[in-house]
Design a protein around this ligand. Structure first.
Ligand SMILES: Nc1nc2c(ncn2[C@@H]2O[C@H](COP(=O)(O)OP(=O)(O)OP(=O)(O)O)[C@@H](O)[C@H]2O)c(=O)[nH]1
Length: 434
């Protein structure tokens, strides 16, 4: 599992890397300075050496004492810093050591002690370049060791203090915050306080401690806000539910009123059957259906016989009552798919859908008989005349009604209380009296 990144470790690593870099640069500078100093020391050493041997060499060269010269040069060569020696005098050149491999380090002219001094030879000293490195080895090791030790000590100090002062408090803060989850907060402020007590008090007054306290306070405030928000949401939901319920009631009332209005607009108020408008609408629709789907359709027009006389004898109220009862009697014998409506006055039209002429010829006499036999509660007999016609191709509302009206007219003129049928649009009639 990937370990989470730690800001303390990052800080320590950065500080350590910066310190190491600076230490390395300073150590390098210190080493360079030491190197230069050591070079100066070597030059001074060679000058002092030359100085020490100079008088003896000048004397030996002046005396041309070869053995003395050799002894002196060998003595110089035996010194650890000298790698080679060369002496030029009186046309000779004496060389000792590994001269070819090294650069000359010090050149000294030998003089005869006259006034002015007279040059009698030239002494050149060669030194190994590694001699400086060899001399500086230990100081360099001490320098590097010192820098590394200091860096290591810094790393350990930083790690310990960083963890103790920043890492652990931050970890504790993270722990507190992760425990203050929404589930706890939803339980309210008292629970938050109790949880804070369980987690223990936040010690100290540094930034981390202040941050921890601020988070605890923020947790409490968040819990309160969330609770208030939930209360608000709850109230809002209740209000919305109440408004929805009221709206549903108003909608139901509106629908009921609409239905009542629709009923009123399509119903005859006296008899409760379809009014003229509704009848025309039904008839037009049915004619369209017959046209399109080649269906059959019949209509029956009926009119109460001598209704004026009934009105005159028993009054309009009784007349109304007769019309109402007439509708109830007719309805008993009709199908649910048929439509009974008041065409006007005491005239009623029956639209018998999907009913051919043969069926209607049987239905109309049944209706006539039912009216005749019904007890309207009057001393006078109440009868009605019936006209029957059926739809034929290309009939429209006007032509179909004209046919059925003509049939009714024949029933009236033929003596009333009878059924007359119009069988063709041209008016060839087959009258029937029941
Ligand atoms: N009570 C009542 N009478 C109505 C209503 N509508 C029309 N009438 C009456 O019905 C009578 C119809 O009379 P007429 O058209 O002469 O017909 P009728 O007396 O029935 O004679 P025939 O139809 O020829 O048998 C009139 O007196 C109208 O006033 C109504 O809604 N209620």
């Amino acid at each position: 599992m990937k370990r989470p990144r730690s800001v303390v470790q990052k800080l320590i690593r950065l500080t350590f890397a910066s310190y190491l870099g600076i230490t390395l640069v300073l150590t390098a500078i210190q080493m360079a300075v030491s190197w230069r100093q050591e070079q100066g020391n070597l030059a001074r050493e060679l000058a002092l050496l030359t100085q020490a041997y100079r008088n003896s060499l000048e004397k030996a060269v002046w005396d041309l004492n070869q053995s003395q010269i050799d002894a002196l040069l060998s003595g110089m060569l035996s010194l650890p810093s000298i790698a080679g020696v060369s002496l030029t005098y009186a046309g000779h050149e004496k060389r000792l050591g590994h001269i070819e491999r090294f650069q000359p380090r010090h050149v000294q002219t030998l003089f005869l002690d006259l006034d002015p001094p007279y040059p009698i030879g030239k002494l050149t000293l060669y030194a190994e370049p590694d001699i400086i490195l060899a001399r500086l080895r230990w100081p360099y090791l001490v320098l590097i060791g010192n820098a590394l030790l200091k860096t290591l000590a810094l790393w350990m100090i930083l790690s310990w203090f960083g963890r103790r002062l920043i890492g652990e408090p931050l970890h504790a803060l993270e722990d507190r915050i992760s425990k203050l989850n929404w589930a706890e907060m939803q339980r309210g402020k008292e629970q938050i306080d109790r949880l804070a007590q369980q987690l223990g008090p936040v010690h100290g007054d540094d930034e981390v401690a202040r941050l921890a306290r601020a988070f605890s306070r923020m947790g409490g405030r968040l819990a309160e806000s969330k609770k208030a928000l939930e209360q608000l949401q709850h109230n809002l939901e209740r209000q919305v539910a109440e408004r929805t319920r009221q709206l549903e009631i108003v909608n139901q009332q509106l629908e009921a009123r609409n239905r009542a209005l629709e009923r009123l607009s399509t119903t005859d108020t006296l008899t409760g059957v379809a009014n003229r408008g509704k009848l025309e609408q039904v008839l037009e629709n049915e004619i369209l259906r017959c046209d399109r789907y080649d269906k059959v359709l019949s209509v029956i027009l009926t009119d109460v016989d001598h209704f004026k006389h009934i009105n005159d004898t028993y009054g309009h109220q009784q007349g109304d009552h007769v019309l109402q009862q007439l509708c109830r009697v007719l309805e008993i014998h009709l199908r649910h798919t048929d439509t009974l409506g008041r065409w006007g006055g005491e005239e009623f039209l029956i639209v018998a859908t999907e009913t051919d002429l043969t069926e209607t010829e049987r239905l109309a006499p049944r209706l006539r008989k039912a009216v005749e036999q019904h007890d309207f509660g009057l001393d006078l007999p109440v009868t009605a005349s019936f006209g029957v016609a059926c739809y034929q191709r290309h009939d429209d509302l006007v032509s179909l009604f004209a046919k059925v009206d003509a049939a009714l007219y024949q029933a009236k003129t033929g003596g009333r209380n009878q059924v007359r049928v119009v069988k063709s649009s041209k008016g060839s009639r087959n009258d029937e009296t029941a």
